[in-house]
Design a binder for this molecule. Structure first.
Ligand SMILES: [Mg+2]
Ligand SMILES: [Zn+2]
Length: 663
């Protein structure tokens, strides 16, 4: 095997011809590809040939961190069986998948989960995990229970890599072919006790179906942070691509966005929202002011191949004869729904910045390897593996040119499909491989029509680039969190990231009936900041590059004196206080209560750039200290979007008029 020498001193090198081959591949794999390998001679099948000593090549592929960027590619349910089946089918047993097989450094990791509090086995090992526990493991570094999204076995939230990367000034992306609420993308976006908490309507729908609540205390109306869809909007990755559009047509039923659909809420918070490949083509920038949310399917993406139909074997007696088939293209694939590789390329284009600027963390999931494995659909899972492989190729192509990017390719848990010699009592599919012989794939962990089960075997984890050596040997899935966080040199202390936050008022002196813009700066560890006046809520604002902005109307009958508005980071609890003075003779040219159209400082480029309206300060003798902030009153205002500065006239919020104690 030819080993390519190091291209640049400290920059990653390619230790395998497979990776070089990956980068040379221009045409996608053909479903009818056949290998022309001669495998029968001594050393013919040896992947490293007969004479190679790979020591130098391995040494050359070990590159110290840090990395500027990390791209994590996950094949959900992509165990060794699934990789082997796809390789055999697509390129032949002696071939190499040009993406997945190309990474030079490979280890294995354990994936088990733990039982949660409330279970008799609390804290003990659950040998077969689900995608929620496993995703939480690499997203937070913490083992947890099946079903848990971003919380530990006691239900406590654990910060995820996207949140941490953002706090460190990095750009972030989250891509999946599943519903974006599905566990793998959700672990980078939300913290809920049960993964099924998809949207604001979830519990009502479940109740109607006779099912127990999934959101429960996490629901907005119960004082929680909201469903996965709602929290995803809070988390505000620069780039979010997936399916699950259906849930964004649901309407928030509590909180400051109550009465708006989540699509409307996204627009109100400055998101660029696209639903088609053509729409995505029109997106040229994504940042914290204008993040992009692309939802290209109501639920999951269509698969690349049409489903294969397995044949039921018998427990005893003569097994059925199963003819070998080739998979067929799914006509529903493509069209308005971009391929995973295209989404990966687009994400990289949007997130990558020139040398000297901040890097990015990007997670990409090929979700339906798992879903089709559950369905005993051999063709489906193989096509999805091919899709992921092409996404890996895109990531490697960028990483090679960039030289500062760590690429990791792995899975979340192993799965059912097995490559077997003879028809089993389970479900069986025989495929003609790229070698021209047949391969029998069996599913035996559920009856026909049931959902085949995950399995508990360790998985391959492969890496390329600065820090890649940390995947070698046997690690645990939680190690992957530290591999990535350390490569990016992330400070994981979000409280520290917001400590020292400040708040200012502009103007500092305002006449009654005017407006004051309160700007909180340095809230990097938070995604939401809440404002209060005299202990009463004024509203919340999105943190955009560390800054949260509130426009606060001052009542026309507000008394003269000093006022304090306290800003509190929702995640960190860090507070900062802004002080301003209400004076009858204040300069009327600023904060005069008229709609002069001037955007609030720090507000973004969307409808209101993620700045939510603040309640008013002041009050009349009749206000009586009551706080009125209901969906009925807020919704019409929020729906106005860009008319933020009219807030004071439309919003019926009355905080008690009270002079600040330290007047
Ligand atoms: Mg998944
Ligand atoms: Zn699964």
């Amino acid at each position: 095997m030819v080993i390519r020498p190091s291209r640049r001193g400290a920059v990653a090198t390619f230790a395998t011809a497979a990776l070089a081959a990956a980068l040379a591949v221009s045409a996608p794999l053909s479903a009818s590809a056949a290998t022309d390998f001669d495998l029968d001679g001594t050393a013919d099948a040896a992947r490293n040939g007969a004479g190679a000593d790979r020591a130098d090549a391995v040494r050359a592929s070990i590159v110290d961190g840090p990395a500027k960027n990390v791209i994590l590619l996950i094949g959900d349910g992509m165990g060794d069986s699934e990789i082997t089946a796809a390789r055999n089918y697509l390129v032949g047993a002696g071939g190499s998948l040009p993406g997945i097989d190309a990474l030079p450094l490979t280890g294995q990791y354990t994936t088990y989960s733990l039982y949660p509090e409330g279970n008799p086995n609390v804290g003990k090992v659950d040998a077969v995990p689900d995608s929620a526990a496993t995703g939480t493991a690499w997203a937070t570094g913490t083992k947890t229970y099946d079903n848990a999204v971003g919380v530990d076995i006691y239900g406590d939230r654990e910060d995820n890599l996207i949140e941490i990367a953002k706090a460190n000034g990095l750009r972030t992306g989250n891509v999946s072919t599943a519903e974006i609420q599905d566990a793998t993308p959700a672990v980078q976006a939300a913290h809920v006790a049960q993964r099924a908490c998809y949207g604001p309507d979830t519990d009502a729908q479940r109740a109607a179906a006779g099912q127990s609540a999934a959101c429960g205390p996490d629901a907005k109306e119960n004082g929680g942070a909201g469903s996965i869809s709602e929290q995803l909007l809070d988390t505000r990755a620069d780039v979010t691509f997936g399916g699950g559009r259906e849930y964004f047509s649901q309407t928030a039923n509590a909180g400051v966005y109550s009465g708006l659909t989540l699509e409307q809420q996204a627009a109100d918070r400055g998101y660029q929202y696209v639903t088609t490949a053509a729409g995505l083509d029109g997106i040229t920038e994504a940042d914290q002011e204008s993040p992009v949310l692309g939802l290209f399917a109501e639920r999951n993406f269509a698969t690349r191949f049409s489903p294969s139909v397995p044949v039921q074997g018998v427990a005893t007696g003569t097994q059925p004869t199963i003819p070998a088939i080739r998979c067929t293209d799914n006509p529903a694939y493509g069209g308005d729904q971009p391929a995973l590789a295209a989404l990966t390329e687009k994400s990289i284009d949007l997130l990558d910045r020139p040398d000297g600027e901040s890097g990015f963390f990007l997670q990409v999931e090929g979700a339906s390897i798992d879903k089709q494995d559950h369905a005993a659909d051999a063709c489906g899972q193989i096509g999805e593996t091919q899709d992921l492989d092409e996404a890996v190729q895109a990531a490697l192509e960028f990483a090679e040119a960039d030289g500062e990017t760590l690429v990791i390719v792995t899975a979340d848990h192993a799965h059912t499909s097995q490559i077997v010699d003879n028809v089993t009592p389970g479900l069986n599919t025989r495929l003609t491989t790229a070698d021209g012989t047949s391969m029998l794939i069996a599913y035996g962990t559920a009856a026909a029509g049931g959902s085949q089960q995950h399995t508990g075997a360790q998985l391959r984890i492969a890496a390329y680039g600065p820090g890649a050596a940390n995947v070698l040997g046997l690690t645990d899935q939680t190690d992957n969190f530290f591999t990535m966080a350390n490569a990016l040199e992330l400070d994981r202390d979000l409280v520290a990231a917001s400590t020292g936050a400040t708040a200012t008022a502009d103007p500092t002196e305002v006449a009654p009936g005017g407006r004051v813009t309160i700007t909180g700066s340095g809230f990097a560890g938070d995604v939401i900041v809440n404002a209060t006046f005299d202990g009463e809520p004024l509203g919340q604002a999105d943190v955009i590059d560390g800054v949260a902005t509130f426009v606060v109307p001052v009542d026309a009958d507000a008394g003269e004196g000093d006022y304090e508005v306290v800003l509190t980071g929702a995640r960190t609890g860090v507070t900062a206080t802004a002080t301003f003075t209400v004076a009858v003779d204040a300069d009327a040219s600023s904060g005069d209560g008229t709609d002069d159209g001037a955007p609030a400082p720090g507000a973004g480029g969307g409808a209101n750039g993620g700045t939510t309206p603040a309640g008013s300060i002041g009050g009349s003798p009749n206000a009586g200290g009551s706080l009125s902030f209901t969906g009925a009153e807020v919704a019409p205002f929020l729906a106005l979007g860009g008319l933020l500065l009219a807030a004071g006239t439309a919003l019926v919020v009355r905080a008690r008029m009270r002079r600040a104690r330290h007047a």
